[in-house]
Structure formats: structure tokens, C-alpha cells
Design a protein. Structure first.
Lengths: 187, 65
């Protein structure tokens, strides 16, 4: 049993070491994409995030004002920004498909920050986005930390530890055989 | 009398142990929200749980000598 747990621990460490560092990255760009987002906290302080920043930490806020720009105007284009949570993706916004007959090269807007992200403790959220048209495309990813409250951190921490302890107790119990004499009746 | 194991309990417990461990790592900022550990840890630990549950009678015999 110790060997099995040891092998599991080694595999877990190997996976942890393969986790990508925090920050933003334009992974593909053939049209000169750039973008910024400004998040204004309840106390009025504003943080502007550039898509090429290496480390991003934003205050808790209801929404973010964004600005996107491309050097080479695209047509018949579309795009999307998603938040990745394990195997799931939550769409934060999408545009197109549209012909872009006006030859627009910039766009501005305001996007609501999901309640899930706002209520959660300070953790690392991964955002991915893309814009593609007939002339080319760009893709990027961004790791963003939203400031969390002490109450949400404590609640999530307690829930996480309690769940881990209960599941570990179940696993230990599974490693013990059923007694053929125990029926469970009369207890 | 033949002693039986608990592979279903092992699978269930292993799956949730993996899920909660990934969640703990996420809270501790060791991993980001897109980490593969959210998928890999529950699956790996569910398999470990099944193996432990199936091997429980043999482990018990080894323990008792």
C-alpha cells in the first residue's frame, strides 16, 4: 500500500511541476492583436491589464471595461474569451461571425465579471481568447488573480479540507476488508 | 469464510479525494483553474481506490500473517 501511495505522490509532483507559470501569453498572432482591460474596484481604485503583462492581479469588481485592437483589419471574423475551470469552459464573451464591412480595427466594451469568480477566494484563473478572420488570427491566454475576501478564503479552505479528510477516511476504509460476520443489524 | 473487499467505496472515495486535493491545490494557488490535475487526480485516485478495495482481503491476510 505504501508503494502505491508513493507512486501516486511521485506522479502528482511530476504533474505539478508541469503546470505553466502565471501570466499572459500571445500564443499565435498574424494580425497584430493587442488588448487592455480596466477593472475598477468598489473603492474607486482602477487596475489596467495589458494582454502582454506577465503577472496580473485585479481587485474584486462587477465588470471590466476592455479595448481590443488589430493592426491588420480582418473580415468575416469572430472571436471569443473563455474561462477554463478543469475540463469545463465558461464563456465570458463572444463576437461575430460578422463581415466587418466598415473595416473596423478596434472595439470597446464592458463585460460582467462572473459571480463565481467574484465570490471565490484569491486563486489563479486561466482565461483564453482568440480572434480570427479571413486575413489571419491571434490567440492568447492569461492567468489572472482576483483579490478574495478573508471570509471566502476561510469558507473555501474549511470546505476543501473537510472534503479531503472525509474522502481520505473513505479510502482508508476501502483498504480494509468487509468482515463476513458483521451485518450492521442491531447497532 | 471468504472476506470481501470494497472496490466501489474505494472508487468513490478515491475520485472525491482527487477532486478535493485538486481543489485544495487550486485554493493554495499551486495550480491554475485550467490545470489537468482537476481531471487526472480524480481518475488516478479512483483507480487506486478500486485496486485498494480489491486487494483489501489479500492485504488483510498479509497483515495477519
Amino acid at each position: 500500500m505504501k508503494r502505491i501511495l508513493g507512486a501516486g505522490a511521485v506522479a502528482a509532483v511530476a504533474l505539478l511541476l508541469s503546470v505553466a507559470p502565471a501570466g499572459a501569453e500571445i500564443t499565435r498572432d498574424t494580425i497584430g492583436c493587442s488588448a487592455t482591460a480596466t477593472v475598477t474596484a468598489d473603492d474607486g481604485s482602477a487596475v489596467t491589464v495589458d494582454a502582454t503583462a506577465t503577472s496580473v492581479k485585479i481587485p474584486r469588481a462587477a465588470n471590466a471595461a476592455w479595448h481590443g485592437e488589430i493592426n491588420k483589419v480582418t473580415h468575416d471574423h469572430e472571436g471569443s474569451i473563455d474561462l477554463t475551470l478543469g475540463p469545463l469552459t465558461i464563456n465570458l464573451g463572444k463576437w461575430g461571425p460578422t463581415g466587418n464591412d466598415q473595416n473596423a480595427g478596434t472595439k470597446d466594451g464592458v463585460t460582467d465579471i462572473p459571480t463565481l469568480v467574484r465570490q471565490f477566494p484569491s486563486v489563479k484563473w486561466k482565461l483564453t481568447g482568440y480572434h480570427k478572420g479571413t486575413e489571419g488570427q491571434c490567440e492568447g491566454q492569461l492567468t489572472v488573480e482576483v483579490e478574495g475576501s478573508a471570509a471566502s478564503t476561510a469558507a473555501a479552505g474549511v470546505a476543501g479540507l473537510a472534503g479531503t479528510a472525509a474522502a481520505a477516511a473513505g479510502l482508508v476504509s476501502a483498504a480494509r476488508p468487509k468482515s463476513p460476520y458483521r451485518t450492521g443489524y442491531g447497532r | 469464510m471468504r472476506v470481501k473487499g470494497r472496490p466501489l467505496l474505494g472508487a468513490f472515495s478515491g475520485f472525491f479525494l482527487g477532486l478535493f486535493l485538486a481543489f485544495d491545490f487550486f485554493l493554495l494557488k499551486v495550480i491554475a483553474s485550467d490545470s489537468g490535475l482537476f481531471l487526472v487526480l480524480p481518475i488516478v485516485l479512483a483507480v487506486v481506490g478500486i485496486v485498494l478495495g480489491l486487494a483489501a482481503p489479500a492485504l488483510d491476510r498479509l497483515r495477519r500473517g
